[in-house]
Write a protein that binds this ligand. Sequence first.
Ligand SMILES: [Zn+2]
Length: 886
Amino acid sequence: MRTDVAQPVRLADYRPPDYLIDTVVLDVLLHDTETRVRAKLSIRPNPAGRAGAPLVLDGDELTAKKILLDGQDISPETIFVAPDQLTLASPPRQPFVLEIETEINPSANTKLMGLYRSGPVYCTQCEAEGFRRITYFLDRPDVLSVYTTRIEAAVSEAPILLSNGNKIDAGPIDGTDRHFAVWHDPFPKPSYLFALVGGDLGSIHDEFTTVSGRKVALGIYVEHGKEKSAVYAMDALKRSMAWDETAFGREYDLDMFNIVAVSSFNMGAMENKGLNVFNDKYVLALPETATDTDYANIEAVIAHEYFHNWTGNRITCRDWFQLCLKEGLTVFRDHEFSADQRSRAVRRIADVRTLRAAQFPEDAGPLAHNVRPDTYLEINNFYTATIYEKGSEIIRMLKVLIGETAFRAGMDLYFDRYDGTAATIENFISCFAEVSHRDLTQFSRWYHQAGTPLVEAQTSYDAAKQTFTLDLKQSCKPTPGQDHKEPFVIPIELGLVAADGAPIALQTGTEDGASADELARGVLELSTPERRVTFCDVATPPVASLLRGFSAPVRLSQSVNENELIALVAHDSDSFNRWQAAQTYATRLLLRSVDLVRSGGKPCEDEAFGEALYRAIESNIGDPAFAAQVISLPSEADMAREIGENVDPDAIHVAKQALRAALGRQLAPILLQTYERLAPEGAYSPDAAAAGRRALRTACLDLYAAGVPDEGGALAQRQFETAQTMTDEIAALGILTHVPGERREQALDTFYQRHSSEPLVIDKWFILQATIPEKGTLARVKKLMEHPAFSLTNPNRVRSLIGAFASGNQTQFNAADGSGYHFLAEIVIGLDRTNPQVAARLLAAFKSWRALESKRSALAEAALRRVAQVNDLSADVKDIAGRSLA
Ligand SMILES: [Zn+2]
């Protein structure tokens, strides 16, 4: 077992390892309950470590069967072996070979870390600290070794045997029903990138020729019968490989690249060198089982894991505090890839929606942490939106600040200088400082200070002088452990828009000026608490379009009136800000309505916003994906975050529904007309243009049904009955599900009957039901937990039913009687015994509890305390509960 009282790990305590392990030779004899692992480790003292230090190898629930040092038994006084540690008191001062044989039980491994079984398949997950559940090791990312892995298994059980690198040998074991395969990975790697798969799997194969002409054999392994569903993933893989060559000059380096899809997986996917292991939801797609969003996610996750080959694998992290070095950077790379494959503006809007939905609440609550943390209790809890999404935003800002050419030069230098090493954020940033000749010390605060900065912008126009003055002010609220924040470097991309929509050239005088470079690029740098910039030769009062493209992960509060927002929706040359102006307008309307509802009144009405949306639909006929984003209102969670304190989720829900209904009524004719105009024609294609048409069609139907429920419901019913694709089918079912009654239950039944053999589709069925904003939903969720399609041991099922309820159902999870909180607490306590990682993720749904109105926050706190008081909690859950309550 892990130590009961978890000790915090601190960045300041980092010390190089005392020993290095140059090569690892593994011999794994797969067996469902008694797998034998023989590890032969070539170890030597690290010149940078402490001479003569004891050798302490990590373990986790291991049973050692045999240990030899240079082929000899070890005297019992000099070795200490426990399930979580192996210590050699005085190892040789010269290189030596340690042979360790362990026995593990993959079938009993419900934590899904180390070697486990996903159905009939043997697979591994080693990041962050899973390799120590396979054998004793220096299980830390700065120990890089060359691995050779022999796997042996019964042919009938596991005809496919895969590991990292290239396959160098394979064959039957004479006289038995067993066979073996040997894999060799020539690239030194940390243990968290080790992987092994054994099973009876179907596969598809293809080939990619790299820019220097080397042929790479590609394989995707899936459950038998699912081969066709992997074709899109293969296509995405080949596009990713080609893109990384042109966009970043990165070529693939092995002869083989394999992907395996498994159904039981804690994470989305894992970038093990040459052998990516995927949650099957990010591989499998057919038009009739996957939505456009699923296709886009598959493309993004395939790309993300592939891109890790350079950012994460070739250059890895020195320690887990540097997690954002590989994750933030690789998210940035996959965002860029998706933007190039699809519409850049629409991708940016989607990415910002994700950032605001997942990261902003984290940054505003008790779980706030630095993009590079200083300390952790359980590293598994740091695979967060802050590390990933905000980490990516930092890289994006860096590119905006130093420009595209210097950014690429900095990346090239980083690859060149740190290839084959375990690096730090300082190493990374130093490359960009060097090529851009800029001091990036202050910029680096983004890594060291948590919290979302607030930028307040005041503007004033002087008609006599024809000047326009912009006053910017930055601030950041305290976060746990950080009461005071130093100013950030915030790049603010901007433009001035005249009333008729014409752009106004940016010019400043000597007083309150901006640099020539800032004006040329349209980017102001806010690096002081306050800054004033006065633009001159401004003939008419303009509207400032600030934070274009969402140039920094901040909250912006701008003195701009409703008419000016409507002008931006119509005219801003920056698509992102056209969308943002509509969101800001809707947010203001909703905030006013929430106040009215809470004081017993009716939500407010506003025809001007409807008219602006009308024009947005009309003027974006050529870009339906963008129009769909403009008419999609802020979510209830967005509103809760915007309100920030004393939040009443019921009032938000009432306000939102009222606005949807009013817009639906006002816009009914154009919504219906657009819906009909965009009817599907021809065969399904997952490309961005076709997906965009479906997205707008869905958004129109959704709003129409909110405004005109009878006709809209009938239309949804017809679409549900005739849909040829999952995108259309699930959109229609979503609308039907929100109307109580027999029709809903029938539609849900029909959907289940149609798709009962597809667990990933049934996950959608769980999500829809778990997010119904009605009183009976918790009872429905509890009943669904007894459904044969549900399983508490499969993370995808848990996330779809319980996770969707906790994170996606604002009114019912936050029910005023505390029933939602109580339910989640009980689930977390139970699940912690089998899968602590998934349990801890669920518990993080409480991250905004302090922002709730007092009655709800008291009930949420009680539920958190109930969890925190349980004996024998895992470090994962204990950490989240403790920090949430701190
Ligand atoms: Zn990643």
